[in-house]
Design a binder for this molecule. Structure first.
Ligand code: ADP
Ligand code: 3PG
Ligand code: MG
Length: 399
């Protein structure tokens, strides 16, 4: 069902969001995921709904105050004020569910009121997709709106079991994410270039294989995951991290490509001798890294080759920094990639980014998110969507 088809007037709406945001010193450090839900909140409030907001935060073991949604409530309240949303209050409810007190509190909510329920993962049943927890939550609302794009790949109670019990719809953010990523997956303007960085081959190989199967023009492998690819080709990578268990599968993938040049690996690297004290970096001549040295960022040859592919693309999907952006000056390669992709957006290329660290990389490069066609709020969810998997949170709404 579309959000526009859900009867909302004077209804109690359970709104599942992904407010799993980065915190620093007890405050929200990166509010993008909160901001991205404001259009749906506005829509609900303007239709005089009372809104019960559900989210997880982090991976707590039990009820650990470090993972409280309190800082999120404060940030949300300041946005509601700033954006002049028609609400009558916004507060955090510390209970777990199902409980009679929570039911009583929700029954006493006023029109336009927003109540954030404390971290869903404080309930043992959430990650177990527990039916009793889903039932307890369902009793609190008349309908359900799924706005937690970043959590759609989790078969958890609030994502899977709960929406199956109530009239349900996607929120505007989830609609937009699905629309853009479906275009990237099924009908990208060509040439289509995928740039993958980051650390874990295991997280991304499914997406690489699916893109190749679907006829992507180029896959550029840039981050630390490239070390496993280079290793599979018998190229030494010194002390750089290699996922040994994946060398075999990566080697087979390379063999299937059979020198087609659809898969392009890093060509050179900035390297250091001591990761903990990364002084005197030097650049390699080629893809190999000498013993005792470790890769930190892509070198100029890689940027030139990747830059050429980016400049020709009509669709670009980028996930994962190409260097260790946390340690200066090794954020430079990712900053340059960000600038190249942003420049391509101006030439009407569809540019789509995803991943928490990728967003961090563009902010380090001082490039606004508006310089890209779409910046996904999902991490694992975006990658699993692009692997072609059916996400539990989508299946539950489309049942
Ligand atoms: P995202 O959150 O955007 O999906 P990932 O979590 O997959 O990205 O990867 C981010 C991490 O990848 C960063 O912490 C960065 O330090 C690391 N990284 C990228 N390139 C390299 C490299 N060449 N060597 C070591 N680490 C790297
Ligand atoms: C994310 O940040 O990717 C989502 O909120 C899911 O979090 P999780 O990986 O802890 O399930
Ligand atoms: Mg990450």
């Amino acid at each position: 069902m579309k959000l526009q088809q859900l009867p909302l007037n004077n209804k109690r709406v359970l709104l599942r969001v992904d407010y799993n945001v980065a915190l620093e010193n007890g405050r929200v450090a990166e509010p993008k995921r909160i901001e991205a839900t404001l259009p749906t909140l506005r829509y609900l409030l303007e239709r005089k709904a009372t809104v019960i907001v559900l989210s997880h935060l982090g991976r707590p073991k039990g009820q650990d105050v470090q993972f409280s949604l309190k800082p999120v409530t404060e940030t949300l309240a300041s946005y509601l004020k700033k954006e002049k949303l028609p609400h009558s209050g916004c507060s955090l409810w510390p209970g777990t569910y199902p409980s009679a007190e929570t039911k009583k509190r929700v029954d006493s909510m006023e029109e336009g009121e927003i109540l954030l329920l404390e971290n869903l993962r404080f309930n043992a049943g959430e990650e177990k997709n527990d039916a009793a927890l889903a039932k307890g939550l369902a009793e609190l609302g008349d309908c359900f709106v799924q706005e937690a794009f970043g959590a759609l790949h989790r078969a958890h109670a609030s994502v899977d079991a709960l929406p199956r019990q109530l009239p349900s719809a996607f929120g505007f953010l989830v609609e937009k994410e699905i629309e853009v990523l479906t275009k990237v997956l099924t009908n990208p303007p060509k040439p289509f270039v995928v740039l993958l960085g980051g650390v874990k081959v295991s997280d991304k190989i499914g997406a690489i294989e699916n893109f190749l199967k679907r006829g992507v023009d180029k896959v550029l492998v840039g981050g630390a995951l490239a070390y496993t690819f280079l290793s599979s080709q018998g190229i030494g990578v010194g002390q750089s991290p290699v996922e040994k268990d994946w060398v075999g599968r990566v080697g087979e993938l390379m063999k299937r490509q059979n020198g087609s040049r659809r898969l392009i690996l890093r060509q050179d690297h900035w390297i250091v001798q001591d990761f903990k004290n990364p002084t005197n970096p030097k650049v390699t001549d080629g893809p190999g890294i000498p013993e005792g040295w470790e890769g930190m960022d892509v070198g100029p040859k890689t940027l030139e080759v990747f830059g050429r592919e980016i400049a020709q693309a009509k669709t670009i999907f980028w996930n994962g920094p190409v260097g260790v952006i946390e340690v200066a000056p090794f954020e430079k390669g990712s900053s340059q990639i960000a600038a190249l992709v942003a420049a391509q957006t101006k030439k009407r290329t569809l540019t789509v980014l995803g991943g928490g660290d990728t967003i961090h990389a563009i902010s380090k490069a001082k490039i606004s998110e508006t310089a890209f066609s779409h910046v996904s709020t999902g991490g694992g969810a975006t990658i699993e969507f692009l692997e072609g998997k059916t996400l539990p949170g989508i299946a539950a709404i489309q049942q």
